[in-house]
Structure formats: structure tokens, C-alpha cells
Design a protein around this ligand. Structure first.
Ligand SMILES: [Zn+2]
Length: 110
């Protein structure tokens, strides 16, 4: 049986399942995950509020809980757009689909 690693907890999970048995992570959608940041906390919170529509409390929670899924959608284009916005705002972002990590990066600028 093919196995994947859960993007959230890293546990090995069978290909066929829809959610990680370890942490409940649902695999059927595209998920934008923030894994770190290289901007100030204030900038990061502002970006989460603007891009994801989060409250200040929720945004602060995400910063403390990274890596954290901040957006899920069934549409790849939408997921890529969100990932790019958050990446531009100074986050280390990963985008995962059911098949694993999806590359969303435009040409990287220094
Ligand atoms: Zn998991």
C-alpha cells in the first residue's frame, strides 16, 4: 500500500485514507500551511488578517502554532494565489494537495 507523510504531524498514512488517523488532518483539499516567517510579528499578523480574514487573536494563535494550516480550498488556483500572497508577506509557506506538496513559487526574488 502506498504511504504518504501527514503534512501536519509527519505520521505515515495510507494513500487511500481521507484524513490522518493521528491528527485528523483532512487530505482531500489543497491546504496552505505557514511554517515560519521572516517578517516581524506585527507584519505577519497584519498579513494573516488581510489575506485570511483572521481576527487578531486567531492570527496570533497561528504564529504561535506554526506550522499551521491557514487556508483550505478544493481549487488549486485559489490555493496557489493564497500561498503566493502569504509568501509575499514574508511567510515560509507550503501548499499541500492530496498527492503531497505542490510547488506554487513564482521566480524567487532575493
Ligand atoms: Zn497527522
Amino acid at each position: 500500500m502506498a504511504m504518504n507523510n501527514c503534512p501536519r504531524c509527519g505520521k505515515q498514512i495510507p494513500d487511500a485514507v481521507q484524513a490522518c488517523p493521528g491528527c485528523g488532518y483532512v487530505l482531500e483539499e489543497y491546504k496552505v500551511t505557514v511554517q515560519g516567517r521572516h517578517s516581524s510579528a506585527a507584519t505577519a499578523v497584519a498579513a494573516l488578517r488581510e489575506v485570511c480574514g483572521y481576527t487578531p487573536d486567531r492570527a496570533a494563535q497561528v504564529l504561535n502554532a506554526m506550522p499551521e494550516v491557514v487556508y483550505t480550498t478544493a481549487a488549486l488556483e485559489e490555493a496557489v494565489h493564497m500561498a503566493q500572497l502569504l509568501s509575499d508577506a514574508g511567510f515560509d509557506v507550503a501548499l499541500y494537495g492530496k498527492e503531497g506538496q505542490v510547488c506554487f513559487q513564482r521566480d524567487l526574488k532575493d
